[in-house]
Design a protein around this ligand. Structure first.
Ligand SMILES: [Zn+2]
Length: 123
């Protein structure tokens, strides 16, 4: 199997529009903008993108395992991830976030980091 390079990017390195406040960092409020560190492609994520993410992954098992091994356990009520391929450079990407229960019907989502594999050469 080809070796796979996966780099870790802190939330701040690849996201814009996250909120900081007392006791929290990098919270999703409304929406935020992700920028692929490989090719610059931008994707807007909304609060419900995280709410509706249900752990389904597009990755094949081997690739998913590589990402699982690099995904830490966060100190949070729950954590989740969104896996996708960058639409422009095809870099496999995982966004890791925590979910804090703040009422019976709602969550705060705080982005921890993105793990990004190699993209194809730019056309
Ligand atoms: Zn990309």
């Amino acid at each position: 199997m080809r070796s796979l390079v996966v780099d870790h990017f802190d939330a701040r390195a690849v996201f814009r529009g996250l909120l900081d406040g007392e006791g929290f960092r990098d919270r999703v409020a409304g929406s935020c903008l992700y920028r692929c560190p490989r090719c610059g492609h931008r994707i807007r994520f909304r609060w419900r993108s995280f709410y509706q993410a249900n752990g389904r992954s597009l990755f094949k098992r081997k690739l998913r395992r590589v990402f699982e091994d690099l995904t830490p356990t966060l100190a949070a009520d729950e954590q989740g991830c969104i896996d996708f391929y960058c639409p422009t450079c095809q870099a496999p990407t995982r966004i890791i976030y925590s979910a804090q229960d703040y009422s019976e019907i709602a969550y705060h989502f705080e982005i921890y980091a993105a793990l990004v594999g190699e993209g194809a050469a730019r056309k």
